[in-house]
Design a protein around this ligand. Sequence first.
Ligand code: SF4
Length: 365
Amino acid sequence: MQLDGLRKTLHQVNKIRYRPVLLQKIARGYFRTLVLRKPTLRIVEFSINHACQSKCGYCYAAKFRRPGECMLDVDEIRDIWMQSAKMGAFGSLILGGEPTLHPNFMDIVATLEPRKNIVTFATNCITLSEKMIVELKRIGVFVIYVSINSTDPATNDRVRGYEGHHEHVMRVLDACKRHGIDVMLPITTSKELLPETIKLLDFAEEHDMTASIGLLSPTGRQEGQKQELFDQSFWADLRKLYDRNPGLRGDWDTNLTLKVGCPAGFEKIHISPYGHVTGCAIQPMSFGNLRDEPLSDVLVRMREFKHFAKRPKHCIVALDEEFIEDYLDHAIGEASTPYPVEENAYYGADCGRAGDCTRSVARTH
Ligand code: SF4
């Protein structure tokens, strides 16, 4: 089981073996983590915009918009990436909204240095043209994440809130195949969606794609919706699904520690369109803004936070009821997310620094 993470991380080895700089960075990450026992950043998620053509019912980014504030520009993203790379990061995932709608999308991809790192992005495919695919390959991108929700076109388009979405996905899959770009299928699942998830896994295999699974969480457009929450028995069933599908991966099983667990704050961070740092794109609380302080300071705070420091063995936004009640539910009353974690009453007891968590009060349960 422990070697599963290594196997999944090196799944793309046929692509990265031609990239000596990237191989060196990956090797250094394992060395620092396993031999020196130093927490090492692995991946940074950048949400670069909130514009999107779809209206997905479960969108976690529904509250990212901050009217009147400026989103990060390309120079700021470059600076954040340089700080992250110094802390070990060799991977980045560009998210939105729909990132290809960003007017500087190609410049942002280029600034993350795709020839020396693993740079990918998640797209609904609607605006991703063949010309863009050719250019992405030229600058060093070798894998992209393509979102689809059902193998049935009508069901998929209804869930996405965009007629013709399925057709766009098929067009992009065909273009990627012709131009030698790998496609990863990210699947958001829940107890109810599990049968569809299994069909999507078959679809991925049929189209020569790898797949990754994320869990539906009560955040964004789903906030407060806990009827679909997971339990440990579902988690165990999911693990069996993983064991039967060696190409399948999840956020929690490509860790440099080689252990299954949530990477938030240690191996992975997410940057909001306005520079806030969260544990991942799904989590609605910010540990600081990189326009105000360096990443190294924010990471210290994140690594002291109780829910990250205990290195949970599962996805906390979908399975940890205490975390969900204390931190996800807090976002229900917020006009936009992420909200400053110091404003959460529970943070005072969870921040890991006795008496040094201003604006917080002691937890009540
Ligand atoms: S909570 Fe942890 S495991 Fe779940 S999506 Fe976020 S980073 Fe990944």
